[in-house]
Design a protein around this ligand. Structure first.
Ligand SMILES: C[S@@+](CC[C@H](N)C(=O)[O-])C[C@H]1O[C@@H](n2cnc3c(N)ncnc32)[C@H](O)[C@@H]1O
Length: 274
């Protein structure tokens, strides 16, 4: 990591509005890491891949050529953008992928179903708000070597690669796979079937990115939400002290799903309070 930091140390100062971007030198991911990243995300023809800081385009080109995906790369260095677009033409995937010269911080990433990056640790972390603000719940985020602090990865792979010694000074290579969670923080009012209880159910959810905790109020009693999990737009939990398991899909300000009360399954719906 020390050498990569040195290599790329001419920092990404100037990413803020109106300042010129100094992106530092270009360091490609070894091709085996590119393949491993894309396999880890289980990408396919249905995916739209965006690589932030796309270098010579290898991640998006491989996603298109090997996995049939479409997408784009954003890169600040003009010569790398030209090289990548020429490679896309030559390899017959220019209809599905393109490379644009732009500052990644100012690029709309909302179309991604898979977002990839191999950037400085500070840059990766400066992107967290942008990722949460623009990416749809369920979007997969892959980071080569550097984690998003405070996010719990879905998957995490560590390997040793001789190729990395000249880049980072060590053989250790890490790939982190995250899934963008739906935002569920707040007070929700739910209608539940009689098999669960009488009257409305109130849920109070607290969220820190991928970590969620909360409590419920039903029939005048408070219950902790157990096994509360959020994965993309899917949420599930159990009510402590009752044999009921909720599962649902978050759709903006609503959750719709099924509740299993001792084997009897019924629909339930919740809406986010103002
Ligand atoms: C370590 S290289 C990774 C290249 C490629 N993603 C790969 O994995 O092979 C990082 C790339 O990000 C580009 N970059 C850094 N900051 C950027 C910014 N703010 N906007 C666009 N590109 C940027 C650099 O020019 C460099 O080519």
């Amino acid at each position: 990591m020390r050498t990569l930091l040195l290599l790329l140390a001419a920092p990404l100062i100037g990413w803020a509005a109106d300042k010129p971007v100094d992106a530092g030198p270009y360091v490609p991911s070894p091709q085996s890491v590119v393949s491993d990243m894309l396999k880890l995300a289980d990408i396919g023809p249905q995916d739209f891949v965006i690589d932030l800081g796309s270098g010579d385009g290898r991640i998006v080109l491989t996603a298109a050529k090997v996995f049939g995906a479409s997408g784009f790369g954003v890169e600040i260095k003009d010569e790398l953008v030209k090289l990548s677009n020429a490679a896309a033409q030559k390899e017959g995937v220019a209809g599905r992928v393109r490379f644009i010269k732009a500052d990644l911080f100012k690029t709309d990433i909302s179309k991604a179903t898979v977002l990839t990056m191999y950037l400085l640790p500070d840059t990766v972390n400066m992107l967290k708000d942008k990722l949460l603000g623009e990416l749809k719940p369920g979007t997969k985020v892959l980071s080569h070597d550097y984690p998003l602090s405070g996010w719990i990865p879905e998957k995490y792979v560590q390997m040793d690669l001789e190729d990395k010694v000249k880049i980072s000074g060590v053989t250790t290579t890490l790939i982190y796979l995250y899934m963008v969670p739906a935002r569920v923080q707040g007070r929700w009012s739910a209608s539940v079937p009689a098999s669960v209880g009488k009257g409305p159910l109130t849920l109070n959810l607290k969220q820190q990115v991928t970590r969620v905790s909360g409590s419920a109020r039903l029939e005048g009693r408070e219950a902790v939400l157990e096994d509360l999990k959020i994965r993309g737009d899917r949420i599930s939990f159990r009510l402590a002290g009752r044999k009921v398991a909720f599962a649902g899909t978050v759709k903006g300000n609503a959750i719709e799903g099924q509740v299993d009360a001792g084997g009897a399954k019924s629909p339930w719906r919740a809406t986010l309070g103002k």
